[in-house]
Design a protein. Structure first.
Length: 423
C-alpha cells in the first residue's frame, strides 16, 4: 500500500509544519473510538486524568525465567518493543480530524517509543507511580499512543515493565497479545504472522446497520436505568474487589450450564436484579462490553487494535419465571442480537428516543492465554462498572465514579440467592 501524504486532503492537521510525518495509512475510527477521542480531549478538572488509559504490568522476573540470558536489560526491552510496534499499525498511530470533522487514525511508518526507568520507592510507591502516569496522560496528536516505564527496585530485587497505552488504540484482548509478543521476542521465540487491522475496517463497511433489530429488542422501554451518583465523588474512579471462592465459582458455572447459558449471562441477570431493586422497576437496561471479534472474519482473534463495542442489555422481569428460566431467556435474547454487536451505541440510543440508556457497565473478561499473563488496570467514565475476571476463583471488581460502593455487596448477595441446579 502506498503511503498517503499528510496534506493529501484526508488529514487536515500536521504535527510539524517543517517535518510532516510519513504515513502508511489513514484508518477510520469505530463509534467507540470516536467517543474515546471526545472524552479524552475535552476539558477536565485540573486534578483529574484521562480515564481512557490502560496500564499493563509485566513482571520481568517471570519473563527472564524463560529467557536464554536469564536477565532482561533495557536494551533488550527496547529492541523487543520496537519489534512489536513495527508489526502492528495501531501501535504507530496518532489522531486528527478530516475536513468533515470525522476523527481518523494516522498510521506512521516509524515511531520512537519512550522508555523511562524509575525507582518506584522514589515515585510514591506503585500506586503513586500509576497515579503519576495517569496524570501525565498520552497525547493523541503524536505517535505512538503508548509509552513504557521500567521500574527497578534494587532493595526488593524486582523489575517490572509498565506499558501505558491509550484505549483508543487497543482493547484489553489486543494488549494481552502485544505483551505476549514482547515476551516471545525477549525469549527469542518466533512470532505468528500479522493479521492487519485494516481487514477489520474493510469488513465493517459490509455490515448492515442492525438498528431494526435493536429497535425491536428495546420496544416498550420507557426510561433509562440510572443509578444515583454523588457529584462530588464522580470525578475520581475507585475500585473495590471480591473473590467468590473456588467452590462458589464452580457452583455458578454449574448453574449456568444447567440453564443452557454462560456465566456471563448469569451474572448479567444478577446485576439486572440489583438494578431492578434500586430502580423499583421490572424493566432495566445496562451496558455490556462485547469483543467485536466476529468469527466470520478470518484471523480476527489475532488482530491488534480497538475492536470492542458497548451494547445495551435489556432485562424484563416476569414474576411467573424462575431465576433459572430468566437466565435461559436472556441467553436466547442475547444470542439473537449477536449479529448486531457492531451497531453504535449512540445510534441505538437515538433510535429509542431515550438518548442515554444507562450509566452502569458490565464487563466479562476472557483474554487469550499467553506465555505470561500481565496485570491490567483499566478505567472509563461510567458511574459503576462491574468487571468479572473469569478465573477458577471468579473475581468481581466494582469501579465506581460517584456510584454507591455497596453495589458490589448487593451483587454478591444476589448471586448467593440464585439456586443451584437440582442434584
Amino acid at each position: 500500500m502506498s503511503a498517503p501524504e499528510a496534506t493529501d486532503g484526508a488529514v487536515t492537521e500536521s504535527v510539524d509544519t517543517q517535518a510532516k510525518p510519513v504515513l502508511e495509512d489513514v484508518l477510520p475510527l469505530t463509534a467507540v473510538q470516536e467517543a474515546i477521542v471526545y472524552h479524552s480531549t475535552r476539558s477536565r478538572e485540573h486534578d483529574s486524568h484521562d480515564p481512557y488509559l490502560i496500564i499493563a504490568d509485566l513482571d520481568l522476573a517471570v519473563v527472564a525465567s524463560g529467557a536464554d540470558s536469564g536477565d532482561v536489560d533495557d536494551s533488550a526491552l527496547r529492541s523487543a518493543l520496537e519489534t512489536v510496534i513495527a508489526r502492528h499499525a495501531m501501535l504507530r498511530t496518532s489522531y486528527t480530524r478530516r475536513r468533515t470533522g470525522a476523527p481518523v487514525a494516522r498510521v506512521h511508518t516509524e515511531v520512537e517509543i519512550r522508555i523511562d526507568t524509575v525507582d518506584p520507592a522514589e515515585s510514591g510507591g506503585p500506586e503513586g507511580l500509576r497515579e503519576s502516569l495517569r496524570r501525565q496522560g498520552i497525547s493523541l496528536t503524536s505517535a505512538p499512543p503508548l509509552r513504557a516505564v521500567v521500574t527497578r527496585d534494587s532493595r526488593a530485587g524486582t523489575a517490572h515493565l509498565l506499558l501505558v497505552v491509550h484505549h483508543v488504540a487497543l482493547d484489553g484482548w489486543s494488549l494481552h497479545r502485544v505483551v505476549d509478543e514482547i515476551v516471545h521476542v525477549l525469549r527469542g521465540e518466533p512470532l505468528d504472522p500479522v493479521v492487519p487491522i485494516s481487514d477489520f475496517h474493510r469488513w465493517r463497511t459490509t455490515l448492515p446497520s442492525g438498528l431494526d433489530s435493536w429497535r425491536r429488542a428495546l420496544t416498550g422501554l420507557r426510561a433509562p436505568t440510572l443509578v444515583p451518583v454523588d457529584p462530588v465523588a464522580a470525578h475520581r474512579s475507585r475500585v473495590i474487589a471480591r473473590s467468590l471462592g473456588v467452590e462458589a465459582s464452580r457452583q455458578l458455572r454449574t448453574t449456568a450450564r444447567s440453564a443452557g447459558a454462560s456465566v456471563n449471562t448469569l451474572i448479567q441477570v444478577a446485576w439486572a436484579l440489583v438494578l431492578a431493586d434500586l430502580d423499583d422497576s421490572d424493566d432495566v437496561v445496562f451496558g455490556a462490553v462485547v469483543s467485536g471479534r466476529d468469527p466470520a472474519l478470518p484471523g480476527v482473534d489475532e488482530m491488534v487494535g480497538m475492536l470492542i463495542n458497548t451494547i445495551p442489555v435489556r432485562v424484563r422481569l416476569d414474576p411467573t419465571e424462575t431465576v433459572v428460566e430468566l437466565i435461559t431467556r436472556l441467553q436466547r435474547e442475547q444470542l439473537a442480537l449477536l449479529p448486531h454487536h457492531h451497531t453504535a451505541l449512540g445510534d441505538i440510543g437515538a433510535a429509542t428516543g431515550l438518548g442515554e440508556l444507562f450509566n452502569t457497565l458490565l464487563v466479562f473478561e476472557s483474554f487469550p492465554r499467553g506465555a505470561v499473563r500481565p496485570q491490567l488496570e483499566d478505567e472509563n467514565t461510567y458511574a459503576a462498572t462491574v468487571l468479572v475476571e473469569d478465573e477458577p476463583d471468579i473475581r468481581i471488581l466494582l469501579e465506581h465514579r460517584g456510584a454507591d460502593p455497596a453495589l458490589l455487596d448487593r451483587l454478591l448477595g444476589m448471586l448467593e440467592t440464585i439456586p443451584p441446579p437440582p442434584a
